[in-house]
Design a protein around this ligand. Sequence first.
Ligand SMILES: Nc1nc2c(ncn2[C@@H]2O[C@H](COP(=O)(O)OP(=O)(O)OP(=O)(O)O)[C@@H](O)[C@H]2O)c(=O)[nH]1
Ligand SMILES: [Mg+2]
Ligand SMILES: [Zn+2]
Length: 277
Amino acid sequence: MQGQIIKISSNRHIVSSNNKTYNTIPRGKFRKDKLIPKVGDYVRFNEKSLVIEEILPRKNTFNRPMVSNIDRAFIITSLINPDFSLGLLDKFIAHMKLNKVDVVICLTKTDLVSRETYDKIKEIMVYYTNIGYTVLTNLELDKIKELIKDKTVVFIGQTGAGKSTLLNKLNPNWNLKTGEVSLALGRGRHTTRNVELYDFLDGKVLDTPGFSALDLSIYKKEDIKYAFREFSNYSCPFRDCSHTKEKECVIKKAVEDGEILKSRYDSYLKFYEEAIK
Ligand SMILES: Nc1nc2c(ncn2[C@@H]2O[C@H](COP(=O)(O)OP(=O)(O)OP(=O)(O)O)[C@@H](O)[C@H]2O)c(=O)[nH]1
Ligand SMILES: [Mg+2]
Ligand SMILES: [Zn+2]
């Protein structure tokens, strides 16, 4: 039979197939082959032995969070508790962009910051909108639903940012566990412990445990520029320009002229350093 993994907890791999769920385990050979089944994977499994025999070809796959076959990522970004961070936002965007996953920026806890702080952040977000990203808040449920329709959408972001809370607003029947802010801020405290996939509006949504440590060293330095979509509007005289030390670099010029947001360029330099040679 074929189905899709919708939850993994220790070695229990819950597979959904024709509206039924099966409690399966992966075949031993996967371990030897260093093949790790992930939530979102389509699999072939034996209905009697309940063993997953094969992971079907993936559209894409991630180790952070551990998911496969994603069309779109909602980057759940709180304005406070945990603190708003442009560097981290850029990192999540880069990670998804380098895997060709569409990104939506979803702001949360807009009710917890001052008008002034919110206005400042909104102004920065205009830049992200202008370079082609959809930016919305967790209050815009209709728009969010529209963006999930017919897609497989993963919610990612820091622990406590409000991923599960937003999912509960979209469908109260899920009744997902959410964490108190004060507790969520304690070190290593995650309310959501396992990735879980839910059917929603002819699409799918995946709730994930929060994280903020994201290692970009798996990417090549020369690829980091593709994580910054606005850079493609510029072409430097030197074809393989790294946009770091080159004198004639038009990206650097655009930063000086205020066309490219300084914090974006700083993120670029940081990720460039982190990436492998
Ligand atoms: N005031 C306010 N509180 C919010 C908002 N969104 C989420 N919260 C609160 O923030 C806390 C953390 O929310 P969760 O939904 O558990 O966060 P999470 O992103 O799922 O966290 P992990 O599962 O640990 O990754 C909860 O107490 C929520 O009630 C918001 O927009 N405004
Ligand atoms: Mg959660
Ligand atoms: Zn350049």
